[in-house]
Ligand binder design. Structure first.
Ligand code: FE2
Length: 207
């Protein structure tokens, strides 16, 4: 896993970003995640979200580091709040705010939990909002393949599973589909970008 993470070629310190707020460097963010999250499946979900966010940032010509860290840290509070959905993401945003992390990351983490009904404002916040349930649908779609390998999963497979209402009910289709309105990205393209991103880290995801 260390080798895969080194692949991103990221530094190990905090830096001052253009807007003078602290932006976390990848390894710091990863260490924070490991400190707050013990469940390996949740860590894998966060890594999957990171990969999707980086790929979307690249597609939109946005800040890949910032978008990736938002994906990596979006569920930072989940082990402590999973039984209290109203607190989920509010607590996470507070943790990051106290660390002085970039306000746009804090806001995106806060608004990704649809239960609060806060409309995500930045493009990055809109992206993590839609990415979160899609990663779950992609993982579930992989696990029902005969090979259980993401390399064999196609965009068409995912789109078919998307239409199957009884399948992976936790992956909120309404929110995934908002990629069209929020990101101006048709569902098929959104799935393609995220599926390809997750395939690239199949070892880390153990899929
Ligand atoms: Fe999540």
């Amino acid at each position: 896993m260390v080798g895969d993470r080194a692949r991103f070629g990221l530094k190990t310190r905090l830096m001052i970003h253009k807007n003078y707020s602290l932006v976390m460097i990848h390894e710091e963010a990863y260490n924070l995640l490991k400190d707050k999250v013990q469940n390996q499946n949740l860590i894998k979900h966060c890594i999957a979200a990171e990969a999707c966010m980086r790929a979307l940032a690249e597609f939109f010509d946005e800040d890949k580091e910032k978008w990736g860290i938002t994906g990596l840290l979006h569920d930072i509070d989940y082990e402590g709040t999973k039984n209290d959905p109203v607190k989920h993401s509010i607590v996470g945003a507070e943790i990051l705010e106290k660390l002085g992390i970039d306000k746009e990351i804090v806001e995106a983490v806060k608004t990704h939990n649809e239960i609060h009904e806060i409309v995500p404002q930045s493009k990055m916040a809109k992206a993590i909002y839609c990415v979160d349930p899609l990663t779950g649908l992609i993982v579930a779609s992989t696990l029902v393949l005969p090979s259980k390998k993401i390399v064999d999963l196609t965009v068409e497979n995912v789109l078919n599973r998307f239409k199957e209402k009884g399948f992976a009910k936790g992956a909120n289709r309404e929110i995934i589909a908002k990629c069209h309105i929020l990101l101006d990205l048709p569902l098929e393209n959104f799935v393609k970008i995220c599926l390809e991103a997750m395939k690239k880290i199949s070892n880390e995801l153990e899929l």
